[in-house]
Design a protein around this ligand. Structure first.
Ligand SMILES: Nc1nc2c(ncn2[C@@H]2O[C@H](COP(=O)(O)OP(=O)(O)O)[C@@H](O)[C@H]2O)c(=O)[nH]1
Ligand SMILES: [Mg+2]
Length: 383
């Protein structure tokens, strides 16, 4: 359906739909998925293997931080414990007790853990994978769920080998991986990742994320990629690309088309979607104060926060509460600043701005956040 209105034509083109109504429906679905899709990650393995530490590392918490899962304690519970992601309330990490006694075998265990609730399982071991791990994997497979093996505490293995005269880091890592695979011959095509929760950014963590990104359904990928820590420039770019891809839908949902006669569209139309969109991006790129000060501490570089000059980051930081809420009210200062990113828009409420302008505003805003995050990586020496 070609239209006289260049704005409407752009909407149709960008969305790949034939009518405005279909485009609006698609946009709403995408935005809903982008903000709300839940992801439940089950972390299992025997006591002491590093489950709680792994969960803390993904949540970017140190083991002694407030709200961190307790580590180094002998498990007494037989129930799963849920840990919400600190900035993405729709992502939950579940700390599962080990299978434990021979009586509590894989089938009963999975039923008791309500296996259906989880999107995938991480089976952790800090030494060799054992019979329990293998039984569990086989049962998970029967239930057509995804599972991954994490060999934890890999930093300890390296430390133990380091002093030997012909120490070779890569060779040591391959050896550990080979040993794991040998233990797992009974499992078809096992996926094994070497991880140190003491330094999640090293070793196979990024490979694990990449593998998950190719295994999970698309809407779940969005939740995963938004929530994982930034481990490299490549990871940062992947995140930015994801936000760029969602920008057209945010632009369409933000109210531009509300004036056009599309029944039902105006219901969810709201300029605050732009603010929510940028708030998500802000947290996902680790630009919030908590993430920055944690990084400062880790790389021993005070004042990383103060190196950020982006007005958008400053406005978002001022409006953001510690946690992200989807129903965040429109941050006036954020919207006002966003409007300055598009020449000619002035300080009009974004609701009156055309689709093309809104898209430009989103792209420019994203670029600004990307640059800020890139600068942080550079300042922290992580580039
Ligand atoms: N060096 C090192 N120690 C770890 C790692 N992961 C866990 N630990 C330590 O191993 C012990 C048990 O870890 P914890 O997370 O409590 O294991 P859980 O019982 O499976 O939850 C704790 O003392 C942790 O500090 C790791 O990747 N590297
Ligand atoms: Mg634990």
């Amino acid at each position: 359906m070609a239209s006289e209105d260049p704005d409407i034509n752009t909407v149709l083109q960008t969305s790949g739909e034939s009518t405005l109504k279909k485009a609006a429906k698609k946009a709403q679905k995408q935005i809903d998925q982008f903000f709300n899709v839940s992801l439940h990650i089950a972390v299992t393995g025997e006591s002491g293997t590093g489950k709680s530490s792994f969960i803390n590392a993904i949540r970017e918490l140190d083991n002694d931080d407030k709200g961190a899962a307790k580590t180094g304690v002998t498990e007494t519970t037989t129930e799963p414990t849920a840990y919400e992601h600190p900035t993405m309330p729709n992502v939950t990490l579940w700390d599962l007790p080990g299978i434990g006694t021979p009586k509590f075998r894989a089938r009963r265990y999975l039923k008791h853990m309500q296996f259906n609730r989880y999107d995938f399982f991480i089976i952790i071991s800090s030494e060799r994978f054992k019979e329990n791990d293998i039984m569990l994997a086989k049962e998970i497979k029967k239930r057509k769920k995804l599972f991954y093996f994490v060999r934890s505490k890999i930093d300890n293995d390296l430390r133990a080998e380091e002093t030997k005269t012909n120490f070779n880091k890569e060779e040591t890592l391959s050896q550990v991986k080979r040993n794991c695979l040998e233990n797992l011959v009974e499992v078809e095509n096992p996926k094994v990742f070497l991880i140190s929760s003491a330094d999640i950014k090293a070793f196979d963590f990024e490979k694990l994320v990449e593998t998950l990104m190719s295994d999970l359904p698309q809407h779940k990928q969005l939740a995963l990629l938004q929530s994982v820590p930034i481990t490299s420039v490549a990871m940062l770019k992947n995140k930015v690309r994801m936000f760029e891809k969602a920008a057209w839908a945010a632009a369409l949902c933000s109210g531009v088309i509300a004036a056009a006669p599309v029944p039902g569209l105006s219901v969810a139309c709201d300029a605050s979607i732009l603010v929510v969109f940028f708030t998500r991006c802000f947290f996902s790129l680790g630009l919030d104060n908590k993430s920055l000060s944690r990084l400062s501490k880790r790389v021993n570089m005070p004042q990383l926060e103060s190196s950020i000059k982006s007005p958008l980051v400053v406005a978002l930081a001022a409006k953001s509460t510690a946690r992200l809420s989807v129903s965040a009210v429109a941050g006036g200062a954020v919207l006002e600043y966003l409007c300055t990113l598009v020449p000619g828009v002035g300080n009009a409420a974004a609701a009156g701005v055309s689709f093309v302008c809104t898209l430009t505003l989103l792209k420019n805003g994203l670029k600004e956040l990307e640059n800020a995050a890139m600068m942080v990586l550079k300042e922290a020496g992580l580039q």
